[in-house]
Unconditional design. Structure first.
Length: 210
């Protein structure tokens, strides 16, 4: 009888512990903060991870040094990646500028050639072959039209590249400002904590001397 009573108590305890563990796991899964990571996600989420997971000291946050170093490395990596993308966008813009200039030159040459043809005979010699002027003009204007389409395409790509460059520069500036603000705040917090600790040490020394 006593063994059965102890068994019932043990089963009840196991059931309650299992339910509590399941409830805790469910709460952790539903909590957005549990999904934050210092090694994954964007810089904003990594800053949020450090803020939420750091210990509190009065109105300050006590941050682990290795977290700060990891956050610094991730921020610098992000800056390097943005700078690389910016450099690639600038190089692409330079290449497209060269191509656009070349196409403009070809288009101008074609226009000049077409203008000259309007004053010539109905039939002209092209590489030793007589070609009807109307056919020749149609062919040349077709080439001009094709070059114009290609030119407009590169102009469109050039504008898109400028937009990408502007966006990359803006993202880089915002990221640098965010990192600088966080660095200043972290330094101010560390200095305040050090001053408070020094004040406490001084108080302890004074109390011991008394």
């Amino acid at each position: 009888m006593k063994n059965m009573y102890l068994t019932c108590i043990a089963l009840t305890f196991i059931l309650l512990f299992t339910n509590a563990l399941h409830a805790q796991q469910t709460a952790d899964e539903e909590d957005p903060a549990s999904k934050l990571s210092l090694t994954e996600g964007n810089i904003d989420n990594q800053f949020e991870f450090v803020i939420q997971r750091s210990n509190n000291y009065q109105e300050y946050k006590v941050v682990k040094k290795n977290w700060l170093y990891t956050l610094k490395k991730n921020t610098l990596d992000s800056l390097a990646r943005v700078e690389k993308e910016l450099a690639e966008a600038i190089n692409l813009t330079k290449t497209q500028n060269t191509e656009i200039a070349s196409l403009k030159g070809e288009l101008q040459e074609s226009n000049d050639h077409v203008s000259t043809l309007t004053n010539e005979r109905d039939s002209i010699s092209f590489f030793g072959v007589l070609i009807d002027k109307t056919t020749y003009k149609a062919t040349m204007w077709g080439i001009v039209g094709l070059l114009a389409v290609v030119l407009f395409f590169f102009i469109y790509k050039f504008k898109n590249s400028n937009a990408v460059t502007h966006s990359a520069r803006k993202a880089l500036s915002e990221l640098e400002q965010e990192y600088e603000d966080h660095r200043k705040k972290a330094l101010e917090r560390e200095q305040k904590v050090r001053r408070q600790l020094q004040d406490e040490i001084n108080k302890q020394k004074i109390s011991k001397t008394k």
